[in-house]
Ligand binder design. Structure first.
Ligand code: GTP
Ligand code: MG
Length: 269
């Protein structure tokens, strides 16, 4: 089977949030040990599953805790071997703590897709207001994540998990998305025209050209006359606009502003 057809998902989160229970449900089996006692899964376990002719590889990981003897290396190794990180949170616990923010940001930083799932939704009473509240938490703590793509599930009670499979397929496709140069340049021209960068020390920043140079994660180069003078806030603005315009949700996008004065020099290489 060719590698492109594989979708590797790494399930991470605090102990006892239901990572192993969820993977068992996705596998339609009981092969992974689960229990109400935190710390059931000790090391990473890899499972394969075919879903609609696609091979899924699930990594079940040990619940993260802060004690000194927690093996972060194992978690990092599983994270690096995967394409998408699935952060499982407990719906009955209010906060997205610092460690989760770090893990999620790290996943995006190293180029992974990210899906956030609130589990144990069956235990939540006032579902409508709780959903809004939890979405706000994520929006505030992890602004890189599209809060509309968060899933609220019960690994124990739900009867279907199709959305998890479908969203993972979608996120993998986004990681590999290719945008044509002409399309990108049309976007760049229009975006800069509506909201041009401010002059820095009298110098006008002119954008010349944009091109996608890599996939997984989508990586772009934007050429201009004064790349060093572009403010970080304007770079962030372009990144956000690019993400919204091409629906690049739940995946990192890398924008580079290279020095080269003549973009054609770069392209000829
Ligand atoms: N009510 C409810 N309980 C759940 C749900 N999912 C899991 N549980 C229970 O939560 C407990 C922990 O589940 P596990 O799947 O072992 O959790 P884990 O995240 O793998 O935990 P560690 O391996 O310790 O990191 C078990 O008693 C599960 O039955 C859910 O959606 N609703
Ligand atoms: Mg477990």
């Amino acid at each position: 089977m060719i590698e492109e057809n594989k979708i590797k998902l790494c399930f991470i989160g605090n102990p006892n949030v239901g990572k192993s229970t969820l993977i068992n449900r996705l596998l339609n089996s009981n092969e992974l040990k689960t229990s109400e006692i935190p710390g059931t899964t000790i090391k990473t376990i890899e499972k394969k599953y075919m879903w609609k002719k696609k091979e899924f590889i699930f990594f079940d990981t040990a619940g993260v805790y802060r004690k000194k003897n927690f093996n972060f290396n194992l978690l990092i190794k599983a994270t690096k071997s995967s394409q998408i990180i699935i952060l499982i949170l407990d719906s009955t616990i209010e906060k997205l703590d610092k460690l989760h923010k770090k893990l999620a940001s790290y996943a995006l930083k190293i180029g992974k897709g990210l899906l956030i799932i609130y589990n144990k939704w069956d235990l939540v009473k006032n579902k409508k207001s709780k959903r809004i509240e939890l979405e706000k938490f994520v929006k505030f703590s992890l602004p890189q994540v599209d809060h509309k793509k968060i899933l609220f599930i019960s690994a124990l009670r739900d009867t279907t998990f199709t959305r998890i499979f479908n969203l993972s397929i979608q996120i993998k496709a986004l990681l590999n998305k290719k945008i044509s140069t002409s399309n990108l340049n049309k976007w760049l021209r229009e975006t800069v025209k509506i909201n041009p960068p401010i002059r820095i020390k009298g110098k006008e920043i002119k954008f010349k050209y944009a091109t996608q140079v890599d996939i997984d994660p989508p990586t772009f180069k934007i050429f201009s006359n004064h790349p060093k003078k572009i403010k970080l806030s304007y770079k962030k603005f372009l990144e956000n606009k690019l993400k919204t315009n091409y629906n690049l949700n739940n995946v990192p996008v890398v924008l580079k502003f290279p020095e080269s004065k003549n973009p054609y020099n770069y392209i000829k290489k």
